[in-house]
Design a protein around this ligand. Structure first.
Ligand code: PGA
Length: 251
């Protein structure tokens, strides 16, 4: 099934008030590609200013706390993100799974909290280099997804999965199209088992060193329904060609 592609930028810990013009540029240029959903996931403190600058363009967060409110110093709830104007959030990025030791059940709780506050969710999964080398990538990532998925999804368009091999993030290394295709097909199987027919409509993004030079090839792989882009999302000059590649008919 051909799904409308989603190209989301993950700015990680980058972005100041002086970057709002870059965000304006990305939002304006994205409008030319009406067939693609485009979003930017920004540091929490920049969200509200970005939403004011580009009110019609989806701005997201990079993490959310699973609790509604309470004694969680330094954390931000789904309701707060929604209140700030965010329309989506990333959960379970490998940088957080590693540095903040986020577990699969925690990621699941974050996804559920976000969906219940009307936020879209990009749920990340991916294997380490050691796991890939040991030939256990597919079984590992499948298990990670099964344990991280929200229990229920009312609107398939609100959940996206991002397959991001840890060894491909920020390294310039990218799996072969065969490896990407094999993983995305396995993840599609998980989604169908979990959600039946709706599982066919949940987008599966690829992430990890996506660039203007490799985007078209990656988007030509079956069950690749978009991309989560880190470094190449910081500048319109890099990001917009990736959006354009997602808009082009798959050959
Ligand atoms: P990258 O990051 O595109 O810089 O490799 C992707 C990500 O971590 O989401």
């Amino acid at each position: 099934m051909e799904l409308r592609k989603l190209v989301a930028g993950n700015w990680k810990m980058h972005g100041l008030a002086s970057d709002i013009d870059e965000i304006r540029g990305i939002a304006a240029a994205s409008r030319q590609y009406a067939g693609v959903d485009v979003a930017l996931c920004l540091p929490a403190v920049l969200i509200e200013r970005a939403v004011r600058a580009v009110p019609d363009f989806p701005i997201g967060a990079q993490d959310v706390h699973q609790a509604e409110f309470g004694a969680h110093t330094g954390s931000v709830s789904a309701r707060m993100l929604h209140d700030a104007g965010a329309s989506l959030t990333i959960v379970g990025h490998s940088e957080r799974r590693e540095a903040q030791r986020e577990s699969d059940p925690e990621v699941r709780a974050k996804a559920e909290a976000a969906l219940s506050c009307d936020l879209g969710v990009i749920l990340c999964v991916g294997e380490s280099e050691e796991v890939r080398a040991a030939g256990r990538a597919v079984q590992t990532v499948r298990a990670q997804l099964e344990a991280s998925l929200p229990g229920q999804v009312d609107d398939a368009a609100r959940l996206a999965i991002a397959y991001e091999p840890i060894w491909a993030i920020g390294t310039g290394k990218v799996p072969t199209t065969t490896e990407i295709g094999e993983m995305h097909a396995a993840l599609r199987g998980c989604l169908r088992r979990a959600f039946g027919e709706a599982g066919a409509r949940i987008r599966i993004l690829y992430g990890g060193s996506v660039k203007p030079s490799n985007a078209a090839e990656i988007f030509s792989v079956g069950d690749v329904d978009g991309a989560l882009v880190g470094g190449a999302s910081l500048k319109a000059a890099d990001f917009i060609p990736i959006v354009a590649a997602a808009a082009a008919p798959v050959t």
